[in-house]
Design a protein around this ligand. Structure first.
Ligand SMILES: [Cu+2]
Length: 322
């Protein structure tokens, strides 16, 4: 109904459209109840103000009003009970419909939260179909996805409002969430549990696409990184794969095999740098690589103090990682 790349009123998946329907049921029931309360209040005030009404209470003739009062009280109590029961039943069916997606997932992935980025592993039962990326998720439309959630440090919360509700990621405990996307589009996910100073810069780009587009993306993700073509790119490749960068980052098909920072194999194909902190562009890449601590203070990537030549080379190489 409403469009936008980060809105809980989008309803682009079964879960979010179920929640949206439930939201409108709650809204309708609560609006009716609220209006009835206000109406009763106004009637009470109006009757109190009329001379006859006042007398009814003060002259001791209130016994005559008692049966009507009792009937109204019983009717009101019954209405509240019916309303609450209706909301409970609506909630139950929403939960049941959402849970039914879990029975037969077509895509399985594991998302691990870190301060402050998302590690994403596609966990097919066939090892050759497994791959890793970061801060982005692609899902085929109309295929139920099961996402296993873990955390490496503190409690985070996985939230793609256009697609589903929130689910916490808790250190030492595995949780999960099921999503059945029903419309294609690009959406923004956001950590929804305060997790440190860069909590706001812990976003996730989510692309829901046709099955063919998804297969193409998977095939591209599974390929090793492109080899450097120019002298400058080669200098960047040499720096990245032999110096500090490779201790933390993995780049498929190269000696860089660190496992504690985002996988960079296809880094340049993503929409953003540093979990939604900056849009992907050469200018932003210069800023990020030169001084990540000024761009996202407190993140675990150190500002190394690169020479201009090293910086040019690294940015040129990272740009090839499509
Ligand atoms: Cu977080």
């Amino acid at each position: 109904m409403m469009s936008g790349f980060q809105t809980a009123l989008g309803g682009e998946a079964l879960e979010s459209s179920n929640f949206l329907a439930l939201f409108w049921v709650f809204m309708a029931v609560c609006t009716v109840m609220y209006l009835l309360v206000v109406a009763a209040l106004l009637i009470g005030m109006w009757r109190r103000r009329t001379p006859g009404g006042e007398q009814t209470v003060e002259s001791g003739r209130h016994h005559e009003a008692a049966p009507a009062f009792r009937t109204a009280l019983i009717a009101w109590t019954a209405l509240v009970l019916v309303g609450l029961a209706g909301l409970t039943i609506a909630s139950f069916f929403t939960d049941r419909s959402n849970a039914s997606v879990a029975r037969d997932p077509g895509v399985t992935l594991k998302v691990t939260a870190n301060q402050w980025w998302w590690d994403v592993e596609y966990t097919d039962h066939q090892a050759s179909n497994q791959f890793r990326t970061a801060n982005e998720i692609h899902l085929p439309v109309g295929v139920p996805a099961e996402i296993t959630l873990e955390s490496n440090d503190v409690i985070h919360s996985f939230w793609i409002p256009n697609l589903a509700g929130k689910q916490d990621l808790i250190p030492g405990r595995v949780t999960d969430i099921q999503i059945l996307p029903q419309k294609t589009g690009t959406f923004r996910g956001q950590c929804a549990e305060f997790c440190g100073v860069q909590h706001a810069n812990m976003a996730l780009d989510v692309t829901v696409e046709s099955k063919a587009d998804f297969e193409r993306w998977v095939a591209a993700q599974k390929r090793p990184a492109f080899a450097p073509m120019t002298k400058l790119q080669l200098a960047g490749y040499t720096y990245v794969t032999t110096r500090q960068c490779s201790a933390c980052h993995n780049i498929g098909g190269t000696p860089a095999s660190g496992q504690v920072a985002p996988d960079l194999t296809h880094f340049a194909s993503r929409r953003s740098i540093a979990a939604g902190t900056l849009p992907m562009s050469t200018g932003n890449l210069y800023g990020w690589v030169a001084d990540p601590q000024s761009q996202k203070p407190g993140n675990k990537m150190p500002t190394i103090g690169l020479s201009p030549d090293e910086l040019h080379a690294i940015v040129a190489y990272l740009g090839t990682l499509k």
